[in-house]
Design a protein around this ligand. Sequence first.
Ligand SMILES: NC(=O)C1=CN([C@@H]2O[C@H](COP(=O)(O)OP(=O)(O)OC[C@H]3O[C@@H](n4cnc5c(N)ncnc54)[C@H](O)[C@@H]3O)[C@@H](O)[C@H]2O)C=CC1
Ligand SMILES: Nc1nc(O)c(N)c(N[C@@H]2O[C@H](COP(=O)(O)O)[C@@H](O)[C@H]2O)n1
Length: 225
Amino acid sequence: MGRPFVFINSAMSADGKISTRERKQVRISGDIDFDRMDALRAGSDAIMVGIGTVLADDPSLTVKSEKRRAERKQAGLEENPIRIVIDSKARISPDADIFKKGKGRRIVIVSESAPSSKVRELGDIATVIVAGRDKVDLVASMSKIRDIGVRRLMVEGGATLNWGMVSSGLVDEIYTFVGNLLMGGITSPTLIDGEGFTEEETIKLDLMEAEKIEEGVLLKWKLLP
Ligand SMILES: NC(=O)C1=CN([C@@H]2O[C@H](COP(=O)(O)OP(=O)(O)OC[C@H]3O[C@@H](n4cnc5c(N)ncnc54)[C@H](O)[C@@H]3O)[C@@H](O)[C@H]2O)C=CC1
Ligand SMILES: Nc1nc(O)c(N)c(N[C@@H]2O[C@H](COP(=O)(O)O)[C@@H](O)[C@H]2O)n1
């Protein structure tokens, strides 16, 4: 029933790009912002990314601070939050760092169109949830992960998943670190890609916080109904 509290955390260039035109990960945040991101991970029940991010960056999505992992253990939690990948066709490799690095539960959410042999293979190393026919149904996914106890969900991109979540009305807050670089490129992923909104559909935001961090600025937005 219902859905978790959902926030997106992302780093983007001053011109709004989250990676280069070759979809290569670039260091946008400095150490302080990476540490802020790590604290957000440690305080979440689950961290979710799209398969595009896994294929491009191969992130582990683990909590990096030993102290924070220890605090989670003391609180009776796994060292790492649940790591969730939205992957309609089950394209993720069993060798992905999400599976190889760190302890904790992994969930891959696929659609009914995913090849059953690959779904079985993934079932040996992760919990596989099926939601949606040709592509993952994000609304149904949120309800399913709420049912297994996820109350606070951190979404770490990428651009297509961010669009899917925002356009489905599934996001409460967005935190963007805007770094001191320009990436350019009409095909470079932005914070929110997808088909985009019409003038009437645009989503209004409430600025909760703006803070200078190192050479960039952290903006915290609440999505208005
Ligand atoms: N700077 C930053 O903070 C971050 C940057 N990135 C960058 O983002 C790029 C990846 O973004 P994308 O290619 O857009 O991939 P993505 O990570 O957003 O994954 C998109 C994929 O999710 C799957 N999906 C299934 N159902 C969906 C649904 N209902 N709605 C939306 N997606 C659904 C589709 O297969 C789709 O292709 C990479 O270049 C990566 O480096 C990713 C995370 C953070
Ligand atoms: N917050 C942030 N700042 C940057 O400068 C970045 N380049 C990214 N990239 C994303 O961080 C994830 C890496 O996670 P692991 O270190 O492997 O746990 C990955 O999803 C990148 O896209 N983020």
